[in-house]
Design a protein around this ligand. Structure first.
Ligand SMILES: *Cc1c(COP(=O)(O)O)cnc(C)c1O
Length: 281
């Protein structure tokens, strides 16, 4: 079951629909953010809403007080009796282009918030690690979390041996379809800087934790050629938290097994998670 905040109220998601004139349908103009809620407490809500607003403004979408409305909808939605999985759910907030394109500005956007059941990562993926499909493609406007995932999805269409694509324009490993990407060599963690990639909320928290616990973190894009010599690679993301990567294309990472740094960071992340939850009641 899934509920949706739409046009000022909560309904079943299946009962909500957008006019076919919305530019999100006709031109793919829209942004979103994906927020995890643990037992009715949204995680890092402020960070997600800030990124959502930033994505909209960078896209020319006038947000007005939409983000404040979304904030209240998220808080109200996870507390509802009909919220999926008793509020242990995934909350996706969308802002669409609306019906009007004023020379590249979108003055009259729509918004809605979908509350879906969680998308638990397969436990085997934490135990065995995942594989990625490298691609020369890049993600346009890296700071915008756009609804348009077509280019990325196409890169691994029909493949069931890889989790998702890894964007590697000009021989540099940036991020995956929907997660931040890291390598680790000799206890130095390397990941592309925000601006070349999306400011992942999980990414930023994990980097802070890593530095706090004595790791050196270099914010520069790992080169594809460095993957062969890396000890470890891993992803961060809202549902993945910290997920080990053991293969990129034909290249096995380290000894082909998940490594201790990813495991340590996952533990640190889970141990400090409550710090980022909205207050109860
Ligand atoms: C959503 C997303 C991420 C991960 O961000 P989190 O806030 O950690 O979930 C990273 N890269 C891309 C391209 C994304 O769409």
């Amino acid at each position: 079951m899934s509920i949706c905040f739409f046009e000022g109220g909560f309904r079943l998601t299946g009962e909500c629909s957008l006019p076919v004139t919305d530019l999100v349908i006709t031109r793919g103009i829209g942004v979103f953010d994906s927020i995890r809620s643990y037992s009715r407490r949204p995680f890092a809500l402020g960070e997600h809403l800030k990124r959502l607003e930033d994505s909209a403004l960078r896209s020319g979408i006038a947000v007005g007080d939409i983000v404040a409305n979304i904030r209240q909808a998220v808080i109200d939605g996870v507390r509802r009796d009909d919220c999926p999985d008793d509020g242990d759910c995934i909350v996706k907030a969308y802002i669409t282009g609306g019906d009007i394109n004023d020379n590249g500005l979108f003055p009259n956007p729509r918004h809605f918030v979908i509350f879906d059941p969680g998308e638990p990562v397969n436990e085997n993926d934490y135990k065995n690690g995942v594989a990625l499909q490298p691609t020369m493609e890049s993600r346009p406007y890296p700071l915008i979390k756009s609804i348009n995932y077509l280019v990325g999805i196409m890169q691994s269409a029909g493949r069931d041996d890889v989790l998702e694509c890894l964007y590697c324009p000009s021989g540099e490993a940036m991020e995956t379809l929907r997660a931040s990407f890291f390598i680790c060599k000799n206890n130095v963690i390397i990941t592309a800087p925000v601006g070349k990639v999306l400011g992942g909320v999980t990414r930023n928290i994990v980097i802070d934790l890593a530095r706090t616990y004595g790791f050196k973190v270099n914010e520069r894009p790992p080169k594809v050629a460095e993957l062969e010599e890396a000890d470890e690679a891993f992803l961060t993301g809202t549902w993945k938290e910290v997920l080990p990567v053991v293969r990129v294309g034909d290249t096995w990472i380290g000894d082909g097994k998940p490594g201790p740094v990813a495991a340590r960071l996952l533990r640190l992340f889970r141990d400090s998670r409550d710090r980022w939850l909205e207050p109860e009641n």
